[in-house]
Ligand binder design. Sequence first.
Ligand SMILES: [Zn+2]
Length: 100
Amino acid sequence: MDAALLKTAPPAAPSQTAGDDARFEAVRRRDRSFDGTFVHAVRTTGVYCRPSCAARPAKRANISFYDSAEAAEAAGFRPCKRCRPEAAPEDERRARPRRA
Ligand SMILES: [Zn+2]
């Protein structure tokens, strides 16, 4: 029996992992170093964002996390117009051909 091992695991919600706590914390701090590693989708608005989005973070209960923009869109969310989560941050930095 592995009952003792199971004790340390959270009860029953597969989507609410310890990783989500770290992710929510990154969203609260608008931590840019997490950009590109996941997106967070807000159920009430139907929009998903990068961790560093300037928009005010929604309530934790209304947020779900996805590993990629594709996954969020597959779940029916639209990309945020402010932070453009569907564009990788690296692309944004590299592709800045501001030559006047
Ligand atoms: Zn956003």
